[in-house]
Design a protein around this ligand. Structure first.
Ligand code: PA5
Length: 445
């Protein structure tokens, strides 16, 4: 049997009482049970809990679609925002060689309203054959809807209007929304995002699996990783369950004034995993004037910028470090006849060993500087362990939200900017709001 990711909370012992931590991990088991029983808040959004078992039912169709799209073009533009793109990007960035030309390239769009980004994308796509996978659960989100309109015009100018639909796949609601209606009218191949799975918990639906398969990665291994972690966390009421310990540790620290959690990684390819994690925890917990603010850094790069603040600035941070044990390559510091560059003392050692020593050194420095430290150790970066890591965070987040006393599955705050944006852009039905906001803008600008 393969190993699993582990959690180490020794680095919080001087900041949190061990008895309190054990007691809260025990209480967390009660929240875990209410999650499983569907008796907690937001219980109409618990479909993600059982995805490790049910996701396999759709892998045949996903693989067939991915193979078809891969065979007809070298590039796919995946359109989506928030939970409809962050999981796919996290996985693909983590697994990809940053410099290689992949067999099939995934480009993301619809996650920004930048005119320059989309103009540059169209310039880049001129003369390239490509597919579009458009992902939106509601089917009404402005950013992906705009990008989809731009890209499908561009693509149909290339393929001819009558052929364009075979290059387009829609991932959306089974019955509702503008994207669903468009897909039916135009005859796009479609995949369904289940009603009871929220965007940030949807990576194990076609939202994450289709782009992952398109990029050429092993979706079965990813699901297997999720399933392994489900057995270790979702189905385990023991207070030593790592998801319960992590959820409890965060809440104990939050109660002692540690208001910001920084996710740290020493692998640049994990930067997008941190973005996914920030959405997961930020949208799940940041409500009712509560919640840890999730932030992220990439070390050792950011040790030369944010390192100063973390070591000596305001004391309200905790750090959670993703530590990867084995690298996928062999790279040693070259032995050199002279030592004019001053790194001869580490000649012959693996870069991973140096990276690990940097991590250990930083950990000790930050703990003595007043920053509680949690370590999640991942044996290596592959589909299986990424599946474990993401499911671990999902269970931890849901339980942590319940400990905090919020509904971890809604995001009412996301609507506020949308309402204002629609009003300021003159969407029909928002006339009164537009007048009010424009007055307010005059005063404030
Ligand atoms: O987690 C969420 O629910 C959000 O981030 C959504 O995923 C995001 O707003 C995109 O929504 P949709 O998939 O409906 O376009």
């Amino acid at each position: 049997m393969k190993s699993s990711i582990t959690l180490n909370v020794h680095g919080i012992t001087s900041f949190a009482d061990a008895d309190k931590l054990n007691a809260l991990a025990g209480e967390a088991a009660v929240h875990l049970r209410s999650l499983r029983d569907g008796t907690g808040r937001g219980n109409d959004f618990l479909g993600w809990l059982n995805l490790p078992e049910t996701a396999r039912l759709s892998t045949g169709k996903i693989m067939a679609c991915a193979n078809r799209l891969r065979s007809q073009a070298p590039v796919t533009v995946v359109i989506g925002i928030g939970g409809s793109y962050l999981g796919a990007k996290a996985l693909i960035d983590a697994l990809s060689d940053p410099f290689a030309h992949p067999g099939h390239r995934i480009i993301f769009a619809g996650h920004t309203l930048s005119e320059d980004y989309h103009a540059a994308l169209l310039r880049h796509l001129d003369g390239i054959d490509y597919n579009i996978v458009v992902i939106s659960k509601s089917g009404t989100t402005t950013e992906p809807a705009i990008a989809f309109r731009i890209l499908r015009n561009h693509l149909s100018a290339r393929t001819g209007k009558e052929n364009v639909s075979r290059y387009i796949v829609a991932v959306t609601d089974a019955h509702r929304g503008a994207l669903h209606n468009l897909a039916v009218t135009e005859g796009y191949e479609t995949f369904v995002i289940p009603d009871d799975v929220g965007g940030r918990y949807s990576v194990l639906t076609p939202v994450g699996l289709l782009p992952l398969a398109l990029a050429g990665y092993d979706i079965d291994e990813f699901i297997r990783g999720m399933q392994t972690m489900a057995a270790l966390t979702r189905d385990n009421d023991d207070p030593s369950n790592i998801a319960l310990v992590y959820a409890a540790a965060r809440n104990i620290l939050y109660g002692s004034g540690y208001l910001t959690e920084i996710l740290v990684s020493y692998e640049p390819t994990l930067a997008a995993v941190a973005e996914w994690w920030k959405q997961l925890f930020g949208e799940s917990e940041g409500k009712e004037n509560r919640g840890i603010f999730p932030a992220s850094v990439s070390f050792t790069t950011d040790l030369h910028s944010m390192g100063q603040y973390i070591q000596e600035g305001e004391r309200h941070f905790l750090e959670t470090v993703i530590s990867v044990t084995a690298s996928g390559s062999e790279m040693r510091i070259p032995v050199s006849p002279d030592d004019s560059d001053g790194v001869g003392f580490i000649a012959g050692r693996k870069m991973t060993e140096v990276n690990e020593r940097a991590s250990a050194a930083t950990r000790l420095a930050h703990i003595s500087g007043g920053v509680p430290n949690i370590v999640i150790t991942v044996p290596c970066i592959n589909e299986f362990y990424l599946g474990q890591l993401l499911y671990f965070f999902e269970i931890s987040c849901a339980v942590s939200g319940y400990i905090l006393g919020v509904n971890p599955f809604n995001q009412p705050g996301v609507e506020s900017y949308k309402k204002n944006m629609f009003a300021l852009l003159g969407k029909p039905g928002y006339e009164k709001e537009k007048e009010r906001l424009e007055k307010e803008l005059k005063v404030k600008s």
